[in-house]
Design a binder for this molecule. Structure first.
Ligand SMILES: Cc1ncc(COP(=O)(O)O)c(C=O)c1O
Length: 428
């Protein structure tokens, strides 16, 4: 497999675009530079082609934004139909109302909804609303919530963020209710909201989500579910529907419009209506109609019962096959599968004292050689087929075979043909 065109464009892009990408995790830092594509040119269904015309089955899917598949005829038709009568308007468009009605029907906590563009817009809006509603300032968070000051202040990528803002965001640990209890003890009557990803790769244990909700309410704080990843992935109503725990506010993004830029903040109307009472949330493109048309078409497809069945079945088969391969190659103490079927993944430990990212790099390199694009965390779409899954398993087989050999011989470096993956930060 050759990546000459990718590498030529990458060299040029590095001079013009920081990270040579608009999203860190779509950049060469996440795909072994030199042994992986850096630029894609087109996609059909679950397959993409890079600028060297290499074909891949895509299990990254624009970091989970493409939930139906690339270039889906039905979704395309809705977008094109709308495009023929205009994109952004000077007043509201009736499609905004149509989508609002649909969202309120399908998401348990939704009584009112506001459309924005990125996940970061939605989480920041929810945080602002919680502060306006409670008159408090501190936010307790758990997960990744985007690039805005309030959240990124709490990470080590916080250059340019005033220190005062960082003091208002406190982290707690997933599946550790005591870590949240400690925050409420330390900051009595000061926490406006607890915002969390309801599930990452680890499922909630011991009724964790309900316990967080109860603890937040007992202390006069709101609970916000950041469903940017989980929305339209576990079930149409998100993790809140799947786990039957309804938050006060929720944010959805990524997968709701099959790759078109749309996200939303939704929740109880007594909180949401503060947008009309001084909690300012507004943007020029919030009501842009192509994304809204795409969301309506996407939701219609996911309303069909077999859609979620398809995603769950693919994930279950993947977990089963990969667990077998891990056992077969005697890697059970080094590698594991994690997550619920629709959002599962492969997790490497540090092996031989060598960082897990180095092993993931080798795994990814071998998958790419087999025509499989992966970051180790699975995103499935409606257009993935059984053949795609088989191809993925072949890639995993090749990747784990190489990892086992490299472990035996001492280091993944012996087999790496490109640069290692260098994540901007590891999620916690
Ligand atoms: C859980 C979660 N929240 C918020 C965001 C931020 O979304 P965006 O990158 O669209 O601003 C992300 C992005 O990956 C996310 O995974």
């Amino acid at each position: 497999m050759k990546f000459d065109n990718s590498l030529r464009l990458l060299k040029q892009a590095k001079k013009l675009i920081p990270s040579a990408a608009q999203t860190y995790s779509k950049s060469y830092k996440y795909f072994c530079e030199g042994a992986a594509p850096a630029f894609l040119s087109r996609g059909i269904g679950s397959h993409v082609w890079d600028v060297d015309d290499n074909e891949f089955v895509d299990f990254v899917l624009s970091l989970g934004a493409v939930t139906v598949g690339y270039n889906h005829p039905g979704v395309n038709k809705s977008i094109i139909k709308q495009m023929e009568s205009g994109i952004s308007f000077s007043l509201s468009h009736r499609l905004e109302l149509e989508l609002a009605e649909k969202i309120i029907r399908i998401i348990p906590c939704a009584e009112m909804v506001r459309f924005v563009k990125n996940g970061s817009d939605a989480t920041s809006a929810a945080v602002r609303l919680s502060r306006a509603y409670t008159g408090r300032e501190i936010i307790a968070c758990c997960g990744y919530h985007g690039y805005q000051d309030w959240y990124i202040a709490s990470t080590n990528r916080n250059r340019g963020v005033p220190k005062a803002i960082g003091k208002l965001t406190k982290k707690f640990k997933y599946n550790n209710i005591n870590s949240l209890l400690t925050l409420f003890d330390r900051y009595p009557q000061q926490i406006a909201a607890v915002i969390m990803e309801p599930i990452g790769l680890e499922p909630p244990k011991d009724n964790f989500l309900q316990k967080v909700k109860d603890l937040a309410h007992k202390n006069g704080a709101l609970i916000i579910f950041d469903e940017i990843v989980t929305g339209f992935r576990l079930s149409l109503g998100g993790a809140q529907e799947y786990y039957n725990v309804t938050p006060d506010l929720a944010t959805f993004g990524k997968g709701i419009a099959n790759g078109m830029p749309l996200s939303l903040v939704t929740g109880a109307s007594d909180i949401m209506k503060l947008i009309d009472e001084g909690a300012f949330i507004s943007m020029t493109f919030g009501g842009e109609t192509l994304s809204i048309a795409s969301a309506l078409a996407t939701i219609s497809l996911f309303e069909q019962k077999e859609s979620f069945q398809h995603i769950w079945t693919l994930g279950q088969k993947w977990i089963h096959s990969v667990n077998n391969l891990i056992a077969e190659k005697n890697l059970s103490s080094d590698v594991r599968t994690a997550g619920l079927a629709p959002h599962s993944g492969i997790v490497f430990k540090n092996i031989n004292g060598i960082d897990s990212s180095d092993w993931l790099s080798l795994f990814q390199q071998e998958c790419i050689l087999k025509g499989v694009l992966t970051l180790g965390i699975n995103n499935f779409c409606l257009m993935h087929t059984e053949n795609d899954l088989e191809k993925y398993i072949e890639g995993v087989n090749a990747g784990l075979t190489r990892v086992a050999l490299a472990k035996q011989q001492g280091s993944p470096d012996l087999f790496l043909k490109g640069n290692k993956i260098r994540p901007v930060f590891k999620r916690n």
